[in-house]
Write a protein that binds this ligand. Structure first.
Ligand code: GLN
Length: 423
């Protein structure tokens, strides 16, 4: 069988056509782009990339570089130091607006140029050349191949970078920028001129989707950094169209003036689309339509909840002495763990054994684990002998030993419920 996914992607491109919008021309080299190019790539967390259209056509990354440089700045300086210099509030302005916070002079967020220029300067140096090289090699690791600068785009943008230069000087006067503005703008402009394909961008987006982990298992970003970046993309990634985007598409995203657009579905996929004609907000016109379509077809909207908590626990009595067994099934998060605690709460105080059967549980998140252990501890305080059935050690512990439930109480662990009730 051939997987139907590329066919589906081709169909989406075919149906999201149109020639509305204009190619960016404030950077002379970008005006040369073929406006009809159209491509899409979807990358899974384990490194498989499905594509359709002009997936091997290269274009400059432009503002899609911003979330990745922001991530690197946080990795280098720590979140607090970065937030002290760059706020995380949507500006509602255009990408190149000189909007600094009253008083502190902080750029509103790292997705507009002011914040992105400040973020570039926060990447560890020591000099501006080393800083740019660090940025380029970081993007390369995210993409899984060496990326390079499109020198023509770089020269072309640097020649007319007056507005970004003005922003950098402003940032320097308010103490946000420490380096020399021309050096920082040069580095930032080179960052925007890194040449990519949708395949590269989808892979880069997939690392953000996978809590910072590359398909080969290497942790390229701390999960908390990936979370910070995605949060800012969700609220500020589409400039003054951010609210509209979050309600209709509902995927953290970032666009660039060369026509690229990435979307990250946390825990699932990274998506990239390329189509050079831009709408009035500076976002790829067809790119936006493709994302609207994908979101609708595949139920990708973040606020659309796919797995509402289901009943996951039932109490039965087993064995000759009718031992209470609480059988739990499914993945456990806060809501499911709350149900389990409610079930355990039914046990009257006393010395009767209580079995907590987790054989059909595959994953327990941290809060659920702590909740269950606290339940075990309280049952023990009530006088019960608590027996865990936890063959895969989802609650922790190991080597036939349960985890410490608190106060040094370690419940006995059994391979299955029959052994726990002594059948
Ligand atoms: N390099 C571009 C600029 O600074 C990036 C803008 C964008 O892609 N929105 O103007």
């Amino acid at each position: 069988m051939r997987t139907p996914i590329p066919d589906y992607l081709t169909q989406v491109l075919d149906e999201c056509g149109g020639d509305d919008g204009e190619v960016a021309d404030y950077i002379a080299e970008l005006a040369q782009a073929d406006p009809d190019r159209l491509a899409i790539a979807v990358a899974t967390l384990d490194g498989v990339v499905a594509t359709a259209g002009d997936a091997d056509v290269a274009f400059s990354i432009q503002s899609i570089s911003k979330p990745f440089t922001y991530a690197l700045a946080i990795a280098d300086q720590g979140l607090d130091a970065v937030v002290e210099k760059i706020d995380v509030e949507p500006s509602g302005d255009a990408f190149n607006e000189i909007s600094l916070e009253r008083g502190s002079g902080r750029p509103r967020n790292p997705m507009i140029n002011a914040g992105a220029i400040a973020a570039h300067a926060l990447v560890a140096g020591p000099g501006s050349d080393e800083r740019f090289e660090r940025v380029r090699s970081f993007y390369s690791r995210l993409a899984g191949r060496e990326l390079d600068v499109d020198e023509a785009v770089f020269e072309s943008e640097l020649g007319t970078a007056d507005r970004n230069m003005a922003i950098a000087y402003m940032l320097r006067t308010v103490g946000i920028l420490e380096g020399a503005p021309p050096d920082v703008v040069r580095g930032y402009t080179r960052q925007c001129a890194v040449s990519v394909t949708v395949r590269d961008l989808a892979r880069m987006a997939a690392v953000l989707a996978g809590q910072g982990r590359a398909p080969d298992g290497e942790q390229l970003l701390e999960p908390q950094v990936a979370r910070q970046v995605l949060s800012v993309m969700a609220t500020c990634g589409m400039y003054d169209a951010a609210g509209d985007w979050l309600t209709t598409v509902g995927i953290p995203a970032k666009s660039g003036v060369a026509g690229g657009l990435i979307g990250v579905l946390p825990g699932q996929v990274g998506i990239a689309v390329f189509s050079p004609r831009l709408d009035r907000h500076g976002n790829s016109a067809r790119g936006v339509r493709v994302f609207e379509r994908l979101s609708r077809d595949m139920g990708l909207h973040l606020m659309e909840v796919s797995d509402v908590a289901r009943s996951v626990v039932r109490r039965v009595e087993r064995g000759g002495s009718r031992v209470a067994v609480h059988e739990v099934a499914g993945d456990l998060r806060f809501v499911e763990a709350e149900r389990v605690l409610r079930s355990l709460e039914e046990e009257p105080e006393g010395e009767a054994p209580v079995v907590l059967d987790l054989e059909r549980v595959h994953r327990v998140n941290d809060v659920a684990r702590r909740m269950l252990l606290e339940g075990v501890r309280r049952l023990h305080l009530d006088g019960h002998d608590v027996r865990l059935v936890d063959p895969s050690a989802v609650l922790g512990g190991g080597d036939g030993q349960g985890p410490d439930a608190g106060g040094g109480y370690v419940p006995e662990v059994f391979e299955d419920a029959a052994a726990a009730v002594g059948e």
